[in-house]
Design a binder for this molecule. Sequence first.
Ligand SMILES: [Zn+2]
Length: 420
Amino acid sequence: MIFAACIHLLICYLSPVKQAGPFKIPEMRKISADIIFPADAAPLENGVIVCDEEGKILRIGPASDFDPAAIEKYEGTIVPGFINAHCHLELSFMKGAIPEKTGLISFVKHVIAIRDRFSKEEEMAAIEAAETEMIANGIVAVGDISNDQRSFAQKSRGRLRYHTFVELFDLGPEMTGEALKKGKKVMEAARLIPSSSASLTPHAPYSCTPRLIRETDRLTLKGKGILSIHMQEQEDENRLFTEKKGAWIQFLHDMGCSDTWIEAGAKSSLQYLLPLLSPGNKKLFVHNTFCSAEDIDFAMENGGEVYWVFCPNANLYIEDRLPDYPLFLRKGAKGCIGSDSLASNQRLCIWSEIKQIKTHYPEIPLETLLTWASINGAEALGMDAELGSIRPGKKPGLVLIEGLGSLQDSIRDTQIKRLV
Ligand SMILES: [Zn+2]
């Protein structure tokens, strides 16, 4: 036995593999710019990021530690890859198909009317192009809504990280059972998308009965534990639950649905919804255009972990109105940024959403908006172990904001370039 082991060692020692020379040192990149914005640490002037060929961050240090000849130097600011906290990839084929600024109810009716009007090939081509656009725009992960499986083949290619929110709605108690059955089936398929996560979620307070909301919340609590709910995107959503009046009652009647499940007397849509949900589920409230100070306080006191996802370009496209962002900041609320879908946006680009907010609210610091677009989004989607900040050990993707030599500069004429 000992003799055999000695022979084996001798063969290994003499083998060509052993004599092939020194092992290959992995390629490393040393990347620098005027400013590095790590997102979870103070911005760094003239710092250097060392990463391997896979984009994993190995080290961040001052330029004086490195040979200048070995550094890739860029003009501008380097930020972590963007997190798109709210998208509907499956609606990409609707780009330009729905008129702007006609209000949410008209928008929803248009979506329903044209949802099945395009060929399978047109839908798939639009979904692929939309994903390619997101990658070019520095997006590395997406909180993506799915009502069915039409985006799953593209997501399975693994070019972006996804958390798929399998979205349910019933519009009345007569459809609750069917909505749950369909949602569970889509969820089974969503679980099979490689390198991604998924959870069931109710669509919005006005489109889901209390039974559907409770049941979806209960099922999600067993799994990943993240809900993404469209919230207070339109003024009459609050009237539906405070007075049982307004345009949404008419919408339900137009759709042939009963309104027996709606009761007047709540303080707002948000304050009606939140008690139906478990504090244990993380909550992404999306849009929040008509959210009051009292609503924010109520959610932060009673909602557990709550993130407020803002989609300014879609808000202007549909309702032509923006949320009161400074109010959320004064309350210490955690913001995220989403693009919503190409049905209500010209592009899927988080940097253009930041530009839109800055145009209307120049007083909001750029650092705040970059934090919303990176680490907050990663935390909201449960991806912060790998994404959302430039920190050794993570693989966040690196994005250059060309033309931004200081975080105090105007961002109007800046552009995005993906570095890693
Ligand atoms: Zn949406």
